[in-house]
Design a protein around this ligand. Structure first.
Ligand code: UD2
Length: 306
């Protein structure tokens, strides 16, 4: 099959590209390289085409997407903080960009559309584990645009019979996640601090917990949704349903690196949620999913990654 991946040079997209190529599919990556990197992508493959293109450039994207079987739409400004500081710019990419990709699918008759939504749409709801039918409570422009995208996808599914799957990602981690911003995923920051023997700051008491999912487990599900006859029109939590606290993470990283981190505690970040965890019953039912990589194994894979 021929799959288009927007944001294919990013952290998650590059793992997905790799897996689809390994499975013998052809991949077209559309990426503006704002945060994605060419070095994330496999060196040379006859089955990989890369276009440096912004998803806001509708004509450009339309010209390079004919004849595909599926779109996996990952491209977005992933920083919640950026959406708070620049709502217009992030909206143009995170919502208008989604509509562009839906229009591309409709015009080129691309049958399947897989979308990366976010647990952010649940806001600060603490009735855990979070079920997909929990009323959404988006608290930031990032979450509002993800939720708006979900509604547009639902419209294209009903109106144009586009086969859609929307995944609400929980906290994804793994090799190639960029630790450079203070709002990068906490695991990428922790591993960077352990590798470089630099101090680490815990915001809050460290007892906050998240549902961490290893990137390779996550992209395996995205592959299935893009290439197999998944039932259409579903919104699915993509998490392991397991809560890990920051202090547990810290202690696993310290044993892995055999190094006691220089740790300090500061006030919790404004708007930080205490706990998050997916009810992944739907994922288990529709994709026969069982969590594969536990935190210790996932951290080890990052540690060993060249
Ligand atoms: C995740 C998503 C975010 C959004 C949000 C919705 C990631 C990277 N971010 O934010 O995009 O979907 O969920 O709720 O998946 N922390 C520290 N020290 C650090 C960095 C972080 O203590 O140096 C804490 C942070 O305050 C938080 C926890 O670690 O309590 C996890 O932080 P995160 O940024 O990895 O993820 P999260 O859940 O806040």
């Amino acid at each position: 099959m021929h799959i288009i991946i927007t944001g294919g040079a990013g952290f998650i997209g590059s793992h997905l590209t790799e897996m689809l190529l390994d499975q013998g599919h052809s991949v077209t990556v559309i990426d503006n390289f704002s945060t994605g990197k060419r070095s994330n992508l496999p060196g040379s493959s006859n089955h990989l085409t890369v276009h440096e293109l912004d998803i806001c450039n509708f004509e450009g994207v339309l010209n390079h997407t004919k004849g595909a079987d599926a779109i996996v739409h990952l491209a977005a400004i992933a920083s919640v903080q950026a959406s708070v500081e620049a709502p217009r710019e992030t909206h143009a990419i995170n919502l208008d960009g989604t509509i562009n990709m839906l229009e591309v699918a409709r015009i080129h008759d691309i049958s399947t559309f897989v979308f990366a939504s976010s647990a952010a749409i649940y806001g600060n709801n603490q009735q855990l584990p979070l079920k997909e039918d929990t009323p959404p409570a988006p608290l930031t422009p990032y979450a509002v645009d993800k939720l708006g995208s979900e509604y547009y996808i639902d419209f294209y599914c009903r109106q144009f019979k586009l086969k859609t799957t929307t995944f609400r990602f929980f906290n994804v981690y793994g090799p190639r996640q960029d630790p450079s911003s203070p709002y990068s995923g906490v695991i990428s920051i922790l591993m960077d601090r352990a590798q470089n023997k630099r101090p680490f700051t815990v915001f809050g008491d460290g007892l906050q917990s998240r549902d961490f999912i290893f990137v390779k487990d996550l992209v395996e599900i995205l592959c299935k949704a893009a290439t197999q006859q998944a039932p259409s029109g579903n919104t699915i939590n993509l998490g392991n349903g397991i809560q890990t606290t920051l202090l547990e993470l810290l202690s696993t990283v310290e044993s892995l690196s055999n190094h006691k981190l220089d740790t300090s505690f500061e006030e919790p970040r404004p708007g930080d949620i205490k706990h998050s965890c997916a009810d992944n019953t739907r994922l288990r039912q529709l994709f026969s999913y069982t969590p594969k990589t536990n935190i210790a194994e996932g951290l080890k894979q990052i540690w060993d990654y060249e």
